[in-house]
Design a protein around this ligand. Structure first.
Ligand SMILES: [Zn+2]
Ligand SMILES: [Zn+2]
Length: 183
């Protein structure tokens, strides 16, 4: 099942249809933790990976215990990692582009989510450095914009070197396209 992200990556752009069934993000306007406790969806592959229930996917060291980091099963670049919150958290659809600049998130309901997105970027940089990739100008990081996302569990893609993305990856992870919001 860890292959779902891969299956999505094979189709451009991630149009592999809806991922595991779960409430639409719209049902949770603040994009929060759904308030239904647990924050775990057994049908969601990223939830299972985060809980080490997917033996095929090894978790990489991560400095935050509420986030996990692992390699994309179908890398689009020599380095391709995913950073994912342990708690099942919907995708970034509830965040608008104008919310992306950090300061503007202050006082907003999505502040918490935004903070975790910032942390995710931090983790992404750290994992690159740990894997001996230090040119942070040659990195592509971003969130997929639904519905071009087979997994509706918030995840940050970290790809490097950006200059070595293949044709398909350049499409799937295109800078500030409407399906891929880069940071
Ligand atoms: Zn999940
Ligand atoms: Zn994605």
């Amino acid at each position: 099942m860890a292959g779902e992200e891969a299956a999505a990556a094979a189709a451009a752009p991630e149009a592999a249809g809806p991922g595991p069934a779960q409430p639409p993000a719209e049902a949770r306007p603040d994009g929060g933790e759904a308030g239904n406790g647990g924050g775990y969806d057994g049908k969601c592959v990223f939830c299972r990976i985060a809980r080490r229930e997917e033996p095929g996917t090894a978790l990489l060291p991560c400095e935050y215990e509420d986030l996990v980091c692992f390699r994309d099963i179908r890398p689009g670049a020599p380095h391709h990692y995913l950073v994912v919150p342990v708690e099942h958290m919907g995708n970034c659809k509830t965040l608008k582009k104008e919310h992306i600049p950090v300061g503007k998130a202050e006082g907003r309901k999505m502040k918490e989510k935004w903070c975790s997105m910032k942390k995710m970027v931090e983790v992404g940089k750290t994992v690159l450095q740990r894997n001996n990739f230090s040119d942070l100008n040659d990195v592509r990081m971003g969130f997929h914009w639904p519905p071009f996302c087979s997994i509706s569990h918030l995840h940050l893609h970290v790809l490097a070197p950006a200059s070595q993305l293949g044709f398909l990856s350049r499409l799937i992870y295109r800078i500030n396209s409407y399906w891929f919001i880069t940071l």
